[in-house]
Ligand binder design. Structure first.
Ligand code: ATP
Ligand code: MG
Length: 265
């Protein structure tokens, strides 16, 4: 591992087993990822771009350790996820932040906003008398995310819009100051102005050394937030490089089709 590298994905392959269909036998397996390789270091952002169904979420879930790789390997801080002990795995999880694609299912629905944001902090610092510090971190994160103060004690399930929930999910992912943030369409439910605010919050962390893997189907967002990007097509890397270059001068046929499909003003 070269110095500063946090995540290394090597020739990753992933298959989903075909579901059993009544009287018609098992459906064929779905190859979600094939020979995917990239690395990510301190202060780096990598955009993972691709159309719906191209394998972006599967890639993120594999890096989170929720889907075991069928082929290849994933290394975090130089250690293969395959050979980690349970203790190493939970220590690694603590150093990573996650923002899942669906803020409806990824947040504890009956908790208040404040409790949802402080929960990871309280779990890690249980019995250390640090509750007050967790609350003050959550307050400053929610202010930074521009979530109106009158919503802080509301329940996540009943009183928040999709975009507001997403901002709560980002605050929750940042409270433990992760060294790497894995986020899946973190601004899909934001409008243009709040999207900029969320990206700025993330960018400040990246400037301070956090690594970020940003899954998005939005090429403009990819260019704004990340210097490098990979383009997935049917689970394979179809194109990779500088995001500005990918958007302005796409050389690969698939990227050209994605760029051609962008709305123009
Ligand atoms: N649990 C699963 N079981 C079987 N197939 C799956 C499962 N999860 C995903 N797939 C399949 O894997 C492929 C990639 O799905 P994935 O969710 O990674 O796409 P995506 O790029 O994140 O799409 P989107 O932009 O719509 O979120 C799809 O063909 C999908 O049908
Ligand atoms: Mg997805």
């Amino acid at each position: 591992m070269t110095a500063g590298v946090i995540l290394e994905v090597k020739n990753l392959g992933l298959q989903f087993r075909g579901r059993y269909r009544f009287l018609r036998g098992r459906a064929p397996n779905v190859k979600a990822l094939d020979s995917v390789s990239f690395s990510l270091g301190r202060g780096d952002t990598l955009a993972v771009i691709g159309e719906s169904g191209s394998g972006k979420t599967s890639l993120l879930r594999a890096v989170m350790g929720l889907l075991p790789p069928c082929e290849g390997d994933i290394e975090l801080w130089g250690k293969s996820v395959k050979s980690m002990s349970a203790g190493e795995r939970s220590e690694t999880r603590r150093r990573c932040g996650y923002v899942l694609q669906d803020p409806y299912s990824s947040l504890p629905p009956t908790m208040s906003v404040m409790d949802a944001v402080t929960e990871p902090w309280n779990l890690v610092n249980r019995g250390r008398g640090k509750r007050e510090e967790g609350l003050s971190r959550a307050r400053s994160l929610l202010l930074e995310m521009k979530l109106p103060e009158d919503l802080w004690s509301s329940r996540v399930r009943y009183s928040l819009s999709g975009g507001q929930r997403q901002r709560v999910a980002v605050a929750r992912a940042l409270i433990l100051e992760p060294e790497i943030l894995l986020c899946d369409e973190p601004t899909a439910m934001q409008d243009i102005s709040t999207r900029g605010e969320v990206i700025e919050v993330l960018q400040r962390r990246v400037d301070a050394g956090m690594a970020m893997m940003l899954v998005t189907h939005d090429l403009f967002l990819a260019r704004r937030a990340a210097r490098r990007g990979i383009v997935l097509n049917k689970g394979m890397i179809a194109d990779a490089g500088d995001t500005e270059q990918l958007l302005r001068n796409p050389t690969h046929e698939y990227t050209r089709a994605l760029v051609a499909a962008l709305p123009r003003i």
